[in-house]
Design a protein around this ligand. Structure first.
Ligand code: URA
Length: 226
């Protein structure tokens, strides 16, 4: 399955330029097939979702700037390469986003990771910030925002608002998720057009309970409970 054609071979609407998907290979689709399957055990769900998270984090890092860097190799030759420029941190949206922290740590040793808890305000029904703990120098860092499922986009947009209030420019935030709904992507990218979104797969849509369809159910439940 490619990202430009739907299941019936119909062209999909063009993605906003700030959205990047993983190469839609058969290998990747096989990983998604395992984690979408309701009969997949919790152990396999963790193992295979971790594989996807790792790919997503690597793709996110591709969007960070580099500067020319020359090194000397053990052969005595010089190699003109590049080095990472700028510092990064992660911010996970609790609770499901916490599952992506280890994938980031495996790729970026001793990376700082902040946390944000957003829940629905029962009175207003709007997403409300309940807790945040962010690196104190976050304004000087690129931020990899971690949340596995982009459904309506409400929590992610609130999280971006909080991060930007701490001084991080929109274009220094990279939002990484495993599955997006087209509705959520559209709303999110319209509000934050300069923020890059790295998503593994774009699904068909949302049901009336705001679950992604076909999706994989409740990511947090499947990862922590079943
Ligand atoms: N969060 C989930 O875990 N699953 C969905 O389908 C939507 C939001």
């Amino acid at each position: 399955m490619s990202n430009t054609t739907g299941s019936a071979g119909q062209p999909k609407p063009a993605l906003p330029p700030s959205v990047f998907t993983l190469p839609q290979s058969a290998q990747l689709e096989a990983l998604y097939t395992i984690i979408r399957d309701k009969d997949t055990s919790r152990g396999d769900f963790i193992f295979y979702s971790d594989r996807i998270i790792r790919l997503l984090v690597e793709e996110g890092l591709n969007h960070l700037p580099v500067l020319p860097k020359t090194v000397e190799t053990p052969t005595g030759a010089t190699y003109q390469g590049v080095g990472f420029e700028g510092k990064i941190c992660g911010v996970s949206i609790l609770r499901a986003g916490e599952a992506m922290e280890q994938g980031l740590r495996e790729v970026c040793r001793s990376v700082r990771i902040g946390k944000i808890l957003i829940q629905r305000d029962e009175e207003t029904t709007l997403p409300k910030l309940f807790y945040s703990k962010l690196p104190q120098d976050i304004a000087q860092r690129y931020v990899l925002l971690l949340d596995p499922m982009l459904a309506t986009g409400g929590s992610a947009m609130k999280a971006v608002e909080v991060i930007m209030e701490h001084g991080v420019p929109e274009d220094r935030i990279i939002f990484i998720n495993l599955i997006s709904s087209p509705e959520g992507l559209k709303t999110f990218c319209a509000k934050y057009p300069a923020l890059r979104v790295i998503t593994g797969w774009i699904d068909e849509g949302l049901n009336d309970r705001a679950y992604i369809i076909p999706g994989l159910g409740d990511f947090g439940e499947r990862r922590y409970c079943s």
